[in-house]
Design a protein around this ligand. Structure first.
Ligand code: SF4
Ligand code: SF4
Length: 334
């Protein structure tokens, strides 16, 4: 019952933000891009399972299941790989559009969310439970797997009353399923390389591009995509080289911590007017009352925390969510 209440409240909050993006765009943009999204990476590092239990998009994506019109088709391992790779590509294609459109345009952002909801509903009406969206296509899922790789808190699973093994390697109930699962296909490995190896450089590149107002020129489009993708390629190259010298688990943790540290190193100052592009992504302008050193010190402290949490602290193989009992029609695996 407490999970249902939490899901309902967060779903109402999500609906409110969607309405604000349409009818009060400035408020909607602040709520989504300058409050909710900046908190999200920290949330994913510390308690990814909690987020997966209350995320409003997840609650919506599971409606076909709950309302009884899902075909509940089973996802095979190779299809799981395809969906995961499509999710990563969607993430890499959508995020630069923030500079070109979404950061400054509330209704366009609302349309993006509605489009994601529609895809989630269609996917959920064909495939079983979380297999289609929350363990596959959702563009946020690869980030959950990257940042939530060293998990300490397991929660009960608020979406699955019983487990029907909707996905071969459930990311919720399997401590090994992220970001490189044990059973892999070529698509799993490519998705893992792009996210673990490439994402730190991608994040770095993204923060070196300013927001664009009005209709963007071809040069601005190329810059918006070019810099993050260049960062991704360089980061992947460093990752592949470093694989010759480091254990895989340590390297994955270092790259995860680097990506989330880059995010806050640039995003935190920008929220208070000290960003590389001072007019972009401001929550409150503190430039007239605060020395930038304070904000940079907090960003540095956050980076140290991420390296401690993800790299230096004792490794614990905790699942995001506890697997519920298997459905009666299934045989329990050993
Ligand atoms: S995978 Fe997407 S829809 Fe599912 S919990 Fe994560 S962000 Fe929400
Ligand atoms: S716990 Fe079972 S039913 Fe629920 S998402 Fe994981 S594999 Fe699917």
């Amino acid at each position: 019952m407490p999970w249902k209440i939490a899901q309902s409240l967060v779903w109402l909050l999500g609906t409110f933000i969607l309405g604000a993006l349409l009818f009060e765009p400035q408020l909607g943009i602040h709520l989504l891009w300058n409050i909710l999204i900046p908190i999200a990476p920290l949330f994913l590092v510390v308690a990814a399972g909690l987020w997966r239990n209350i995320c409003p998009l997840a609650t919506t994506a599971l409606l076909p299941q709950r309302l009884g019109f899902s075909k509940k088709e089973k996802l095979r391992l190779y299809q799981e790989g395809y969906l995961g790779l499509i999710g990563v590509c969607a993430l890499l294609l959508i995020v630069p559009l923030r500079h070109l459109v979404f950061n400054l345009n509330g209704p366009a952002t609302a349309l993006l969310i509605v489009a994601l909801v529609l895809v989630a509903l269609i996917a959920g009406s064909i495939l079983n439970r979380k297999s289609a969206w929350c363990s596959g296509l959702c563009p946020v899922h690869p980030v959950e797997k990257l940042y939530g790789m060293r998990n300490r808190f397991s929660f009960s699973n608020a979406h699955c009353e019983s487990c029907c093994k909707c996905v071969a390697q459930c990311p919720d109930a399997n401590a090994h399923a992220k970001p490189f699962p044990i059973q892999t296909t070529r698509c799993h490995r490519l998705a893992g390389l792009l996210m673990v190896g490439g994402f730190p450089g991608y994040v770095w590149g993204w923060f070196h591009v300013p927001d664009t107002s009005g209709i963007p020129t071809m040069g601005q489009v190329l810059t918006c995509y070019g810099l993050p993708l260049l960062g991704l390629v360089v980061s992947c190259a460093i990752f592949l080289l470093a694989r010759c010298f480091f254990r895989a688990a340590s390297l994955h943790a270092i790259f995860s911590a680097t990506a989330v540290s880059f995010y806050y190193w640039y995003r935190l100052p920008a929220l208070f007017g000290f960003g590389l592009f001072p007019q972009d992504g401001i929550l409150i302008d503190l430039t007239s009352i605060l020395h930038p050193g304070y904000i940079h010190t907090i960003a540095l402290a956050l980076s140290l925390f991420f390296f401690w949490w993800l790299v230096l602290s004792p490794p614990i193989k905790q699942k995001w969510l506890l697997r519920p009992a298997y459905a009666k029609t299934l045989q329990s695996p050993t």
